[in-house]
Design a protein around this ligand. Sequence first.
Ligand code: FMN
Length: 689
Amino acid sequence: MRDPRYDILFEPVKIGPVTAKNRFYQVPHCNGGGYRDPSAAAEMRRIKSEGGWGVIFTEQTEMHHTSEITPFIELRLWDDADVPALARMAKAMHQHGALAGIQLAYSGINGPNLYTKEVPRGPSALPIRTFTNDPVQARAMDKQDIRDLRRWHRNAFKRARLAGFDLVCLYGAHGFGIIQHFLSTATNQRSDEYGGSLENRSRLMRELIEEGRDAIGDTCGLTLRLSLDEMIGELGFANSEVRDMIEMHADLPDLWDLAHGAWEDCSGPSRFKEEAAQESLVSGIKKLTSKPVVGVGRFTSPDVMVKMIKSGTLDFIGCARPSIADPFLPKKVEEGRIEDIRECIGCNICITGDMTMSISRCTQNPTFMEEWRKGWHPERMQAKGDSESVLVVGAGPAGLEAARALGLRGYQVAIAEAGTELGGRVARECRLPGLSAWGRVRDYRQYQLSQMSNVDVYFESRLSAEDILAYGFQNIALATGSTWRRDGVARAHVVPMPVDPAMAVYTPDDLMGGNVPSGNVVLFDDDHYYMGGVLAELMARQGANVTLVTPSAYVSDWTRNTLEQGAIHRRLAGLGVEIVLNRTVTRIVPGGVATACAYTSARHNIAADAVVLVTSRQQDDGVWHELKARRDEWADSGIRSIKVIGDAEAPGPIAWATYAGHRFARELDEADIGDALPFRREVTALAAE
Ligand code: FMN
């Protein structure tokens, strides 16, 4: 039963000619699938319809071939051939009563056109502004180009309508859309009627919307997505001017969709941004227009959502990441199952699917983008197979997810944890600066397990191979985790690095265990994800004088894929951490470290009282090897299967561990598929010769 205080979230709201059944609005988000995996993307959106969202959008859809963002894989609406796949997506969104929305993007100076080889166009002749700094420039559009662009938009609107969408959103946010490029004096340096005054800079936007309305007719709503502040200083389209523009064109679109800054500002990870972080920037805008307003802010708490509506700040609760972590968020609020919400942890691993052109993952929801590929549902598991019992050894993210999903299937599950708390690495890492929300990986599963009568948890149970053989469980999952290496082995050193035995050498496990060095500390980061930067922050906050040395050209290099690399660099620099890039620690010597430039033979020593090695991890798989060696005893012990999963198999990010746990649970007792591909995929059909 729904708590009446959440009733307001379930009121229907009109968007132009259509009505959303509630205020839960899934804003556009890509998923790494796009045009390459349209069935996977469509099924992912269908699941959100089942989960109760009132509005569901596609990701950005390239609306014309003269503006595309290869290598990133988004949707395309280049010509009629793209309509059927999009129609399937719209149908999937509709299945449980959501409004289906498509976001149209003309990327202007954000589209390098690496695939189509077309010359990019923008309001002014400027270099393409992409993550990848492509050596390409856009030419300034003349009047004919603008007329062409308006016609292309009308065509795209008609195709979107043909595909069955109820809402079309023009993308003018995150520095990614041509509308923003015209609105901002940073990118619009024109002197004709499309440049100069705010009225002139918004002319193209007005023309596209007015003409778009004629093209889509009166059964489809038209929305506009803008950033609340471009966040690039004086020349940018700043919050005050955004407000002026909204006041000037108050009722032009059917809804104002207010995102923020560049993508990294808008999708700020929990390490740097709280829930509802944009509240002050969006507050008051509703008073400038009679049209509904949607805003974002990693909303996972229904109470915060209610506050946003009741305070008159927003009409719709926009969610991207929370809808990925829990596609059933609205349904759970509706059914009064608040504790069952699988809250987004704000790690931004979902974004890495897009950034690495692979396919998205979610730490909390391992079924994300596997709904079609593997037939995985985020809330349901198939019934158990023909065995009865499973012992899960280790209660880190892999073990917890395995136990939860196995419990749902109906197995008798015992989870044996060597320590005194659940969570494994998550329990340790969520105590590091900025990572407290990561504890939700544990909290969600801890609560779910507490509700299952067929799952028992045992603490202080460090099991030996002997114990496991004696206990009589039919299936065993070994999720025993990993330990950070103390010998420096990773990428720069594939064999142990020379270490002076008198020097104090620490690993991330030492620091997470409370053993934090002070004085002059060198941290060598050859891991390149978040851990090095987080530990440098921890030590600096505790007063150490930290020098972070990394062979990479960026501090915490891989976090460019989670859009937080800039924020990490800024924070460390602000804390006085000295950042030494393109340099390797070659050995630990008396009184410090010897280093070498990554490119030249330049060498120098850095003095240090202590050295922290953030390099790689070693699997804690001793029990697995013992059990493997005793394989001929398994049958007599009643054991049908033993599998090592998660970090104990091969260390990776937390999302890899929850995925491994989930996969183990899905595949237990299932038929062996041999050499067959373990997922579905789409293969381009070639015409027969
Ligand atoms: N915003 C867009 O306007 N178009 C996109 O295609 C798009 N892709 C995104 C992909 C991912 C994986 C994520 C996490 C966000 C994306 N965004 C995109 C931004 C979101 O729409 C949203 O504004 C932002 O993530 C903040 O909302 P949240 O806190 O609910 O995630």
